[in-house]
Design a protein around this ligand. Structure first.
Ligand code: CA
Length: 228
């Protein structure tokens, strides 16, 4: 059965481009031009992936994300313009899985969809416990972290931060999510903790800490552990 994708986008050209690009990949594409139309569609059948544009005529889709999240783990990928940082973060914190900033390429979009689906699969089966990318390997069950095969010692907080990123490998994790999950819900404003610990992690794990290949910064949004 082909993958069912719901594209929510009011711009006719972008909608047509997405529909064409995804259909070529063998996906069954449904489209909606507003939040309300999308909400009506998902009430009948939940697609396998939702691509949600932020610039819609009737809202930013946060309610849609919350409504979908109430009964389904379907990946929601937000498509945003550069100036929509705040809205984007709000949707990620509401339960959206990831985002793409316009203009993006079709390969980028397909990569994000693959990562999102991989996580949906693992959410239903076993949790992600291993991460291997280039010279970095992390095993959450044994708490082993290696760079080029050599064991690296991490402090408990450094390990907790890395583990949180491993569990969402390939997807963005917002500052708020990282702070809440690693330090606790009362620490969500303490972004300086993140900068400090991310600096320490990069110094230990990155071949060139100033040019990270694993612990990627998503400016103004959060961090992403690279997978491909
Ligand atoms: Ca739009």
């Amino acid at each position: 059965m082909s993958l069912r994708v719901l594209v929510v986008e009011d711009d006719r050209e972008i909608r047509a481009m997405l529909q064409a690009a995804l259909s070529v990949e063998g996906m069954a594409v449904q489209t909606a031009v507003s939040v309300s139309e999308a909400a009506a569609l998902v009430r009948h059948a939940t697609p396998d992936v939702i691509l949600l544009d932020l610039g819609l005529p009737d809202g930013d889709g946060a309610d849609l994300v919350r409504a979908v999240r109430a009964h389904s783990a379907v990946p929601v990928i937000v498509i945003s313009a550069r100036h929509q940082e705040e809205q984007k973060i709000r949707l990620l914190d509401a339960g959206a899985d990831d985002y793409l900033t316009k203009p993006f390429s079709v390969p980028e979009l397909l990569a994000r969809i693959r990562v999102a689906l991989r996580h949906r699969g693992t959410a239903l089966s076993a949790a992600v416990t291993r991460h291997v990318h280039g010279e970095l390997s992390v095993d959450l069950s044994t708490r082993e972290v290696r760079v080029n095969g050599a064991a690296v010692h991490l402090t408990p907080t450094e390990f907790a931060l890395l583990a949180r990123l491993v569990r969402s490998a390939g997807r963005v994790v917002t500052h708020r999510q990282l702070l809440a999950d690693v330090w606790g819900p009362e620490y969500t404003e303490h972004t300086h903790y993140l900068r400090l610990y991310m600096g320490q992690l990069r110094a230990k794990l990155e071949p060139v800490p100033a040019e990270p290949r694993h612990l990627l910064t998503e400016t103004g949004v959060g961090y992403r552990l690279a997978v491909e």
